[in-house]
Design a protein around this ligand. Structure first.
Ligand code: HEC
Length: 113
């Protein structure tokens, strides 16, 4: 049941990213973050599942590195596969440009911890 619910959320988050694709003006961290809010909470500290990390106010470089590691599979903990599915297409293509990831990391780092 729970897994199914998470799958639905991950899918809708993925669709939100697809909807953004093409606008490419990565300037809007808040908009981009909508994809992440489904799991990490709108404020970055009210995660969907208790085991999901609070990320608000984390160091920008750290945030960026974790996102990249989860996307590449370098970080593959029990839970990270849920996030990977949202950031990478099934055939392995990233859904966000480097610039967008940078804007996202900046946005997350500025959320009140
Ligand atoms: C489908 C749910 C889901 C979505 C959507 C999601 N994440 Fe995550 N995220 C997770 C989970 C689960 C983890 C913990 C992974 C692990 O156990 O290694 C995580 C880990 C992280 C971490 C590492 C936190 C730490 O303390 O090490 C960061 C940073 C992060 N996510 C940022 C984001 C950003 C930015 C987005 C939007 C682009 C996003 N996540 C979208 C589920 C999600």
């Amino acid at each position: 049941m729970l897994n199914r619910r998470i799958a639905v959320i991950a899918l809708s988050a993925a669709m939100a990213v697809t909807a953004l694709a093409g606008t490419a003006s990565a300037a809007d961290g808040k908009k981009l973050y909508m994809t992440c809010a489904a799991c990490h909470g709108k404020d970055g500290k009210t995660p969907l599942m208790p085991a999901y990390p609070k990320i608000a106010g984390q160091n920008k470089e750290y945030v960026l590195q974790q996102i990249k590691d989860i996307m590449s599979g370098a970080r593959a903990n029990g839970q990270s596969v849920a996030m990977k599915g949202v950031l990478v297409t099934p055939d392995g293509k990233p859904r966000f440009s480097d610039e967008e990831l940078n804007v996202l990391a900046e946005y997350v780092s500025k959320l009140a911890p």
